[in-house]
Design a protein around this ligand. Structure first.
Ligand SMILES: Cc1ncc(COP(=O)(O)O)c(C=O)c1O
Length: 415
C-alpha cells in the first residue's frame, strides 16, 4: 500500500464507489403496485387521510410503544404542526437547539414566536440541560430539542429543567428514528415530537414526509387540526374549521411507502449500530480521531457518525486532515456549519414576514430584539468534528476501507 497521500499524488485507498443505501426495494414496489391496482380498480384517485395513513401511523406508534401520530408532508411542517398544537402565546420565546436544519428552526418565527438559540453541550452537537436553562426567561413558552446525527440529547436532564419551569418540550427526531435512552425511545420524553421522513432519513415516505407524534390524545387532535386547515377533527362539526393553518397532509401513496419502510426500520437502525461497532473495533488503536463515547443506556440511531479530530494528536490542522481523508475516498462532510440556521441570512436579516422584522420587531415582544447567540461550544464542535456518512449498506469491506483510510492519514499526520 502506498503511504503517499492521495492529495499529494499517491493512490487513494478507496476508488470504487461506496454502496448505496438500497432503501427502496422490491417491498416498496410490491406495496405501491398493490395500492395502485386497488386505486385503478376502485376510486381511480390517490387520496389522503385514509386507511393507509391510519395504518402507517398505528404501525409507527407500535414501534414507539404506544401514543398517537399524524402523517404530514415534511419534518419542517411536522415541527410547525407540533408547535401550533401547543398553542403558544404569540411573541413568547421558544428555546431551540443551535445545531439543526433550518426547517428545525424556521417554524418558530413563522408562528410569531421568538427563537432563542441554545448552544451545544461541550464537545457535542446536541444542546444540553445547562444550555437550555441558561436561556429561560419569564417569556419562555416552550423548548425544542433536536437529536442530531442520531445521538439522543440528554432528555432526562432537559425534562427536569422543563418541569422545573413548567415548559412543554418538543423533540425534533428528524435525524434519530428509533434512538433510545435508558431503554426509552426518543420522541416519548417530551410532550410532542416531530419526525422527518424525507428520502435521506432512516425510514422514508418517499421523497418527502414527516410525522407528528405525541402520547397525549388531546394534543394529537390539536395536531390533526393544525395539520389540515383547522378541520374540526374530534369536535362538533357544525361550527366549521377551528383555526387558520395550512394543509400539511401526507398522501395515501406516501403512507404506503412509509408502511413498507417501517418494517425495515428496526433492521436499519440495528445494522447501523453494528457498522459503527465494527468501525470502533477496527480503529481502536488510532489516536487522531475520537468517536462519540459509548455511554451506558445510550443507543444512538446513527444518521452519520460524528468523528472528533484530536488536533493535539496531529501535525496539521483539521481542514487539512479532513481534506486528506476525503481525497483517500472517505465519504465525510468536513464540517457541519450548514446546520447553524441562526448564522444564515434569513435569521440574521430577520426575513420572516417581508421587511417588517417580525416577530422580533413586534411592540409586544419585550425581550432583546437584537440578541446575538454566540454559541462557543457549537463553534468548537464545528472546528473539530466531521460527519462520516456510513449507513446500513456498509459491509465489512467498507469498514475495512474506512479504517485503512483513517490509519493512512494518521500515519502521515499523527504525532
Ligand atoms: C433536525 C432536523 N429538523 C428538521 C428537519 C426538516 O425536515 P424536512 O427536510 O423533512 O423538512 C431536518 C431535515 O433534515 C432535520 O435534520
Amino acid at each position: 500500500m502506498s503511504t503517499e497521500l492521495a492529495f499529494n499524488g499517491g493512490s487513494a485507498v478507496r476508488t470504487t464507489p461506496w454502496p448505496g443505501r438500497g432503501l427502496i426495494g422490491p417491498e416498496e414496489k410490491a406495496a405501491v403496485d398493490a395500492y395502485l391496482d386497488a386505486v385503478i380498480d376502485g376510486p381511480g384517485f390517490i387520496s389522503y387521510g385514509g386507511v393507509e395513513e391510519e395504518a402507517y401511523c398505528q404501525e409507527f406508534c407500535e414501534q414507539m410503544g404506544g401514543g398517537y401520530a399524524d402523517g404530514v408532508n415534511s419534518g419542517t411542517t411536522a415541527l410547525y404542526v407540533a408547535l401550533r398544537a401547543l398553542d403558544l402565546p404569540a411573541f413568547s420565546e421558544v428555546i431551540v437547539s443551535a445545531v439543526t436544519d433550518p426547517g428545525g428552526m424556521m417554524p418558530i418565527p413563522l408562528l410569531n414566536l421568538i427563537p432563542m438559540v441554545a448552544d451545544c453541550a461541550p464537545g457535542l452537537y446536541n444542546s444540553g440541560p445547562q444550555q437550555v436553562e441558561d436561556l429561560i426567561t419569564p417569556r419562555t413558552s416552550a423548548i425544542v430539542v433536536a437529536h442530531i446525527g442520531g445521538e439522543p440529547a440528554d432528555m432526562p436532564g432537559i425534562m427536569a429543567v422543563a418541569r422545573r419551569h413548567g415548559l412543554p418540550v418538543v423533540e425534533d427526531c428528524a435525524q434519530a428514528h428509533g434512538a433510545k435512552l435508558g431503554g426509552q425511545v426518543v420522541g416519548t420524553f417530551g410532550e410532542v415530537a416531530a419526525f422527518s421522513t424525507m428520502w435521506g432519513k432512516h425510514h422514508s415516505t418517499g421523497g418527502q414526509g414527516g410525522l407528528v407524534y405525541t402520547r397525549n390524545e388531546e394534543l394529537y387532535w390539536r395536531a390533526r387540526r393544525a395539520a389540515d386547515r383547522g378541520k374540526p377533527f374530534n369536535l362538533e362539526a357544525a361550527a366549521g374549521n377551528r383555526i387558520a393553518t395550512l394543509n400539511f397532509n401526507l398522501t395515501e401513496l406516501a403512507a404506503v411507502v412509509g408502511r413498507a419502510q417501517l418494517r425495515k426500520l428496526p433492521g436499519i437502525v440495528a445494522r447501523r449500530r453494528e457498522v459503527v461497532a465494527r468501525l470502533r473495533e477496527a480503529t481502536a488503536d488510532l489516536a487522531s480521531v475520537a468517536w462519540p463515547d459509548a455511554l451506558d443506556g445510550v443507543e444512538p440511531s446513527w444518521w452519520w457518525l460524528r468523528g472528533r479530530v484530536r488536533v493535539e494528536r496531529i501535525t496539521c490542522d483539521k481542514a487539512t486532515f479532513c481534506a486528506a481523508l476525503a481525497a483517500e475516498g472517505l465519504p465525510i462532510s468536513p464540517d457541519y456549519r450548514a446546520a447553524l440556521p441562526h448564522h444564515m441570512e434569513w435569521f440574521v436579516q430577520r426575513r420572516v414576514f417581508g421587511d417588517s422584522g417580525y416577530p422580533w420587531a413586534s411592540p409586544e415582544y419585550q425581550g432583546d430584539r437584537d440578541r446575538q447567540f454566540l454559541c462557543p461550544n457549537a463553534e468548537e464542535t464545528m472546528d473539530t468534528t466531521f460527519n462520516l456518512h456510513l449507513h446500513e449498506g456498509w459491509e465489512e469491506q467498507e469498514v475495512a476501507d474506512a479504517a485503512q483510510i483513517l490509519r493512512k492519514v494518521e500515519g502521515a499526520y499523527g504525532v
